[in-house]
Ligand binder design. Structure first.
Ligand SMILES: [Mg+2]
Length: 240
């Protein structure tokens, strides 16, 4: 490289899945029903919102509400069982799932941007096989390196996933994604909080249950109404 060309800074873009890239309504709930049926022969208890929470956290709540004596001890088994249900929910993900407007265009545009070396992966509360089935069902796998991301089985704390994704990506690309070298794109204040706690940038997208005002109040560096305007999406993600 000639001396006068500055090194291109690397950027790790970590997309949330549910209600950021895709709407696969019912798929997550079906996974929990199948996992409960397999492990306990029962229906899962009624849960508070799944939005923005990791499967580790949701499983802990579900197992606690189900009255298990030591729910925390059962979480690893439960999330493994949940992961094994992925093939059984694939048909529903294909039939009912939809990529959110602009998601495919944003992923494709970032994949060819010349401003930064961009690595795209996911940071999701889903266990990996569920995330993969959902993204495959709506046709969004092409530009995502799933090995560089992090998934909801490892921790109930979403911020823990940021550090794990950074390590995974650093190892794969021999690049530093520290601080604002990582940007999270998500639809809930939990996505924003995970970014802020780890020095990453946060781009909120108001296509879930939270408004643009709520994502802004949570501290997002940029907030978009949706992914519909690819230029606006790229500007928000690349501006850090
Ligand atoms: Mg989400």
């Amino acid at each position: 490289m000639p001396d006068n060309v500055p090194p291109v800074a690397s950027l790790l873009v970590l997309w949330d899945v549910d209600y950021t890239l895709a709407d696969t309504a019912g798929v997550g709930q079906l996974g929990y029903r199948l996992a409960f049926a397999e492990m306990f022969g029962t229906e899962p208890p009624r849960l508070s919102s799944m939005a923005g929470r990791t499967d580790h956290a949701i499983a802990l709540e579900a197992l606690t509400l189900a009255g298990l004596p030591d729910p925390r001890a059962v979480v690893p088994d439960f999330v493994s069982t949940l992961a094994r249900q992925a093939p059984a929910v694939a048909a529903l993900a294909r039939a009912n799932g939809r990529a959110l407007p602009g998601a495919a265009e944003a992923l494709a545009a970032l994949a060819v941007t010349r401003h930064r070396q961009v690595v795209q992966s996911v940071l999701t509360g889903n266990v990996r096989p569920m995330a993969e089935v959902k993204l495959a069902g709506v046709g969004l796998l092409e530009h995502l390196d799933l090995d560089a991301g992090a998934y909801g089985d490892v921790s109930e704390r979403r911020a823990d996933l940021v550090e794990l994704a950074r390590r995974n990506a650093a190892e794969r690309y021999q690049a530093d994604f520290g601080g604002p070298g990582t940007v999270l794109v998500g639809d809930t204040p939990y996505d924003v909080e995970a970014a802020l706690l780890t020095g990453a940038r946060a781009v909120g997208v108001a296509t879930g249950r939270f408004t643009a005002q709520e994502l802004d109040a949570a501290g997002a560096h940029a907030v978009l109404p949706d992914l519909g305007d690819t230029g606006q999406v790229l500007a928000a993600i690349l501006s850090g």
